[in-house]
Design a protein around this ligand. Structure first.
Ligand code: EPZ
Length: 422
């Protein structure tokens, strides 16, 4: 298994290009199932999860071809509306094919995703919503089995019990081809949901309110192909901002959407960094913070536009070296503190109290071998390693490869001493 070897205490300097968002690319790829015409995605990130979903789609008979940052998909010869366990167990986002398959083909057999490192992550809301749209859905032998007895989904008013990102995306895609109007109350407002709606509209869908908590969809008979540039990855952007602050550097992000990061930018300013931004760039200066270190800043994760749960581990790494104590509360997932014990191995002082961590900043972290457990935890460990004295070895970085395109190359270009060792 690959590892990352980092020699820390090197401030990051320079420009870094932000890639297209993983959490937009995946639903956008799934949306190609809604039409028999070609869909072209540009600004696509080169990630393991994108390749995994591509393999799942080709296994169904779709054509998928990624050339650099462009992916061409066409689902004109689907032979099996099936997402098998061996695929789904490696990536829960595979469940995003469920809505499109049921809407276009009236049937689907999608393996029930197991739990994952950060929590149980059930998909009951996806199932309930499809049932409200007229699908017959039951679980047998570990598979979600769906059919549409009346031949076509029928629009409905759906209110999910909690805000769910992929749940909103699945139901929005399904409703596009349903008969009549659907309303999704309590919808997720993440930029990736709005980006999916933007492409669906290019395909001929009639959607209002995407990006707000109430999405209205007028079903249409069919959708056509489209070309769409994937929205920049706000979590990759936030990860690099945290790395720059933790190493007290000066970094400019290119090709990002600053307003998608408002809650993080506020926290980093509060920590003492200087942040300036334009239409598609953000500069973070952390090489002259008051007292020469970040100040501890507390945060509580919540759904967009709140502080992103996907930024919690990275922001914790910044707080490990800050002046003072910070309280980080995780409200979305029940087990998203696996990075804590690894950060403690690097010399951090962190106490877990239920769904809150109390991080007591220390002057220095000291490099050690640590183990990644999930995608964003591994990003947090890389950030801590970049700031730690001496050598840090991050193991099991296949987690990192799922969601970050060439992270070690981008960090090395910013002056980090980092290399992948097989
Ligand atoms: C999406 O996961 C993201 N993944 C996650 O990013 C992100 O952490 C999460 O949203 C929250 O922002 C993709 O977009 C591919 P949810 P998702 O449904 O949709 C509960 C990363 O690192 N829930 O919004 O699976 C669930 O257990 C990944 O890139 C139900 O109970 O998350 C959780 O506690 C990690 N039943 C909460 O809701 C359901 O049917 C939010 O989950 C659905 C969700």
């Amino acid at each position: 298994m690959d590892k990352l070897r980092i020699q820390g205490e090197r401030p990051l300097h320079g420009d870094v290009q932000i890639s297209g968002a993983k959490n937009a690319a995946l639903p956008l790829m799934a949306a190609s199932l809604l039409t028999d015409q070609p869909v072209v995605l540009t600004n696509a990130p080169e990630l393991m999860d994108v390749r995994t979903l591509g393999h799942l789609l080709t296994g169904m008979g779709a054509q998928v071809a990624q050339e650099g940052a462009s992916i061409r998909l066409q689902a004109d010869a689907i032979t099996a509306c099936v997402a098998p366990y061996e695929r789904v167990k490696t990536m829960r986002a595979s469940v995003l094919v469920l809505g499109p398959l049921v809407a276009r083909f009236g049937q689907a057999r999608v393996s029930l995703p197991g739990g994952c490192a950060i929590g149980a992550r059930p998909v009951d809301q996806h199932i309930k919503g499809l049932q409200q749209l007229g699908a017959e859905v039951h679980v047998e032998h570990g598979d979600i089995v769906a059919s549409v007895p009346r031949g076509r989904l029928k629009g409905a008013r759906i209110s999910t019990d909690m805000i769910t990102v992929t749940g909103t995306e699945n139901l929005m895609m399904a409703a596009c081809l349903a008969e009549g109007e659907s309303v999704i109350e309590n919808a997720a407002q993440e930029p990736e949901v709005a980006d999916l709606a933007a492409m669906l509209q290019k395909m001929g869908a009639r959607i209002d309110g995407a990006g707000t908590s109430r999405v209205r969809i007028q079903g249409v008979d069919r959708l056509h192909g489209a070309e769409h540039a994937i929205v920049p990855d706000r979590i990759e952007a936030g990860t690099f901002l945290c790395a720059a602050v933790a190493t007290r550097g000066d970094v400019t992000l290119r090709g990002c959407v600053p307003e998608h990061l408002d809650s993080l930018l506020d926290k980093l300013r509060e920590a003492g960094a200087t942040l300036t931004s334009g239409a598609d760039w953000i500069r973070v200066q952390a090489d002259a913070m008051p007292g020469g270190r970040a100040r501890a800043v507390s945060a509580r994760t919540s759904e967009y536009p709140g502080f992103a749960t996907d930024m919690q581990a990275q922001f914790m790494a910044v707080n490990c070296l800050a002046q003072g104590a910070a309280h980080l509360t995780e409200t979305i997932f029940e087990n998203r503190f696996m990075h804590v014990q690894e950060l403690v191995r690097l010399g951090a002082t962190i106490a877990i109290e239920g769904n809150t961590c109390v991080v007591q900043g220390v002057k220095r972290l000291s490099g050690a071998t640590v183990m990644a457990t999930d995608l964003r935890a591994s990003a947090g460990l890389v950030i801590a390693g970049l700031a730690a004295e001496g050598e840090t070895l991050v193991e099991r970085i296949y987690h990192l490869d799922r969601g970050y395109a060439g992270m070690e190359h981008k960090l090395a270009a910013l002056g980090a001493n980092i290399a992948r060792v097989r």
